[in-house]
Design a protein around this ligand. Sequence first.
Ligand code: NAD
Length: 316
Amino acid sequence: MTHSTPIGFIGLGSMGSAMASRLIDAGHRLVVFDRAQAALDPLAQKGASVAGSAADVAERAQIVFGSLPTPDVVREVTLGSQGISAGKSRIFVDLSTTGPRVSAEVAAGLARAGVVLVDAPVSGGRAGALKGTLSIMTSTPRATFDEVESLLKVFGKVFYVGEKAGLAQTMKLINNIISVAALAITSEGMVMGVKAGLDPDVMLDVINASSGRNSATTDKFPRAVLPRSFDFGFASGLSAKDVRLCLQEADALGIPMVVGSSVQQMLSMTNAVFGPHSDFTSMCKLVEQWADVEVRGRAAGQARGEAVRPGAVAAQ
Ligand code: NAD
């Protein structure tokens, strides 16, 4: 069944392309915009109509979703001269991770244009976006939530955390810093084990049946580190942005984040060595360089955990 009212979608990157695609599969007509033509083509091929700007999307759709990389881009796409506030939409659902401050600012700016913001950051990576198994944390007035809940369910499990814009962002930042901390300590532990002569596949089997189990041991390492693909689908630069926003917020609340600060340094080093477009699982390669080993699993098709020459890791 095709729904008659078009839905807008802006930002068709790693996450947005998968979520927009699911809306089409669920029978919705989509009006899409992305500043990169290459991002638009696959959705246009699936039947979405392509708009010329965010404002153009907002002229044609009452409810518009956004999945955008940084707080600055979200500000521009919502409140800029060619943004949502220049169109006729009623509701903007922001699926991006922007932090509570920008979310509150955007909510106030959009309210002046008669648009209600649904703060709706997501967790679960591109794989979750493709499968519809994301978790979606929302904060917005209850009546608006009731209006968009069925659409959000197309992406996964929906949580309502409160009325105030920014609350869902705070929830998301807390989740992400915990997740990256798990990636960091798992990188250190796995590299240490390989250096000591342990098999990384066996290590994951043991940890996943033990108390060290976490989202890096169950998902990121088996999928992107042991096979040496480093293609989990989340850029180091975007992860660093999330951790920076979380620490800013903790600081504003007067709360020290000792472990969080170390996680930020690990991401800064990953960015410096592998670049902001590298996958954030590259953090493990950083630790590997210090130890001169690779966390290479059976799936990578080579002997496991062998020591490598200095430089061989950096060349990957
Ligand atoms: P991405 O960089 O792959 O995609 C962003 C898209 O936005 C790109 O296609 C880009 O061309 C487009 N864009 C940039 N500026 C634009 C503008 N001014 N107008 C229109 N389009 C513009 O990023 P992503 O990984 O899909 O992440 C999107 C958001 O979701 C981020 O806020 C990120 O933190 C969050 N997030 C990502 C993941 C993940 O695993 N990738 C998971 C949860 C949340």
